[in-house]
Design a binder for this molecule. Structure first.
Ligand SMILES: Cc1ncc(COP(=O)(O)O)c(C=O)c1O
Length: 479
């Protein structure tokens, strides 16, 4: 438990100090706390880290350059960063039961980049160097180096389609991963919305990727990683599990056996700030054989490590090793089920007809004849923070979308229970039923403009405030 008096004193002092330089910054930080306290936060990728985790970031480890990894730095005087990184690594390995952990990535994107380049280094670069009897890339002739660069840039990757819930970093053109790899996507079954492992196996056999990515941002179901590994092995692909969204459910032992990718996927990447409830950042877990390559993430694709954030990761990972975290993770999943059931009982259509992880995806076009953009904005007007998201074969495109994604990690951290989530479902349904698209001059429905029936937003906002008052965020913190 965080000592609230200590945290109160710490923040009071921090704000006093910031105010002597630029009070607008301290105002924005305070305002963010007020905004977070006052909104029903259902963004599936957000959470509330403990005050200890947050406070651990404000220190002078930030001032130290420490490129390299534990005990092998390009700078002198890194012993304290070594200590911090070693402890964070130990916590990560123990928490997830992984052979190897690398805690430097600054975010989920970085973790994926580190993983991709570790796989490329291990599977493409190293065999070429061995073949040419070269110790490092510097030993290659211009011609051989040119050939190797061409090979590195011509590998294949397969990931989940964006509108099925995949992530941009899984080989899509707007992200560097799409420029690095020749990519093909796998979708979900059009009638069930579920991953079709048989179809995926056939697609993998045909495309023969070097890397198969399993993981998602907006798929409301669990993944069978044993099956994924079998599919990857059938063509000699490396399985990379991106558990950025559901790492907390893995750490909290909700996803076990075939649903736990650690030990099944050769490489696992994650963020630390979503369901894992740590500071903003990423990490990579892997089998021993990839460890030496993953550890070269800095300076391969990362700048100098953020020592202060690694310290904070160590604290959050230590917190996640406590039994309370397993109870939290189970509550996240139970609450998502209650939220989904509450919405369905009121007539909403959910992608895959439910959830068994931490999120649900409401098909607002089918359920309420709204675009995701309209639904997201109307909910925000009533104090409910969500985000719009594509649904499979989305008729409204990636900008307006037809879905709204909602998740339970943040509000579960505030202590909301299944009955609170049923009430939340009621509030969401009330707003969306009362929202109608504005008609354009041609009589067609506008994709962004909407109206909410009089009084509904204010009534729902008042109900949200009551719910939030029962579950205060960082209670007793007065800053
Ligand atoms: C599956 C997945 N991978 C990677 C990322 C990227 O994480 P970050 O925003 O920390 O770079 C996200 C973020 O939403 C994600 O959902």
């Amino acid at each position: 438990m965080t000592d609230i008096t200590a945290a109160n004193n710490a923040y009071t002092n921090i704000f006093q100090m910031i105010e002597t330089v630029d009070p607008r910054i301290s105002h924005a930080i305070r305002q963010e706390l007020t905004d977070q306290r006052d909104s029903l936060k259902l963004i599936a990728s957000e959470n509330y880290a403990s005050l200890t985790t947050l406070l651990t970031m404000g220190n002078w480890l930030s001032d130290k350059y420490a490129e390299g990894t534990i005990g092998h730095r390009f700078y002198a005087g890194c012993r304290n960063i070594d200590t911090v990184e070693e402890i964070a690594t130990e916590h990560a390995k123990t928490l997830f039961g992984a052979d190897h952990a690398y805690v430097q990535p600054h975010s989920g994107i970085d973790a994926n980049l580190v993983a991709y380049w570790a796989i490329l280094s291990s599977r493409i670069e190293t065999p070429t160097l061995n073949e040419l009897h070269a110790k490092t890339v510097n030993d290659l002739s211009e011609a051989d180096w040119g050939k190797l660069r061409h090979q590195l840039g011509n590998q294949r990757l397969m990931g989940m389609a964006l509108d099925a819930g995949g992530h941009l970093t899984h080989g899509f053109r707007h992200n560097i991963s799409g420029k690095m790899f020749e990519q093909r996507s796998y979708g979900t079954n059009p009638s069930s919305g579920l991953i079709d492992y048989g179809a995926l196996a056939a697609a993998v056999k045909e495309f023969k990727p070097l890397i198969l990515v399993a993981g998602y941002s907006a798929y409301p179901r669990r993944i069978n990683f044993a099956w994924m590994r079998e599919i990857a092995d059938s063509v000699g692909a490396t399985l990379l599990a991106d558990i950025a969204h559901f790492a907390g459910l893995v750490a909290g032992k909700v996803f076990v056996g075939d649903e736990n990718p650690v030990g099944l996927a050769q490489v696992v990447t994650t963020t630390t700030h979503k369901s894992l409830r740590g500071p903003h950042g990423g990490l990579v877990l892997c089998d021993q054989e990839y460890g030496e390559f993953v550890d070269k993430g800095c300076p391969m694709v990362l700048g100098g490590p953020l020592g202060h954030v690694m310290a904070s990761k160590a604290i959050a990972l230590a917190e996640a090793r406590r039994p309370e975290f397993q109870m939290y993770a189970q509550a996240v999943a139970d609450n998502a089920k209650a939220l989904a059931a509450g919405l369905q009982r009121r007539g909403a259509k959910l992608v895959t007809d439910g959830t068994d992880n931490h999120l649900c995806l409401i098909d607002v076009a089918t359920s309420y004849q709204l675009t995701g953009r309209q639904a997201e904005s109307a909910l925000l007007d009533a104090g409910i923070v969500t985000n719009r998201n594509s649904v499979p074969a989305d008729i409204n495109g990636a900008w307006y979308t037809s879905g709204v994604r909602i998740g339970t990690p943040a509000l579960t951290s505030r202590g909301l229970t299944e009955s609170d989530f049923d009430q939340t479902a009621n509030l969401i349904d009330e707003v969306l039923r009362a929202t109608k698209p504005v008609l354009g001059s041609n009589g067609g429905a506008h994709q962004a403009k909407y109206v909410i029936a009089d009084g509904v937003a204010a009534r729902v906002q008042a109900a949200c405030n009551e719910l939030l008052a029962e579950h205060p965020l960082y209670p007793e913190l007065v800053v």
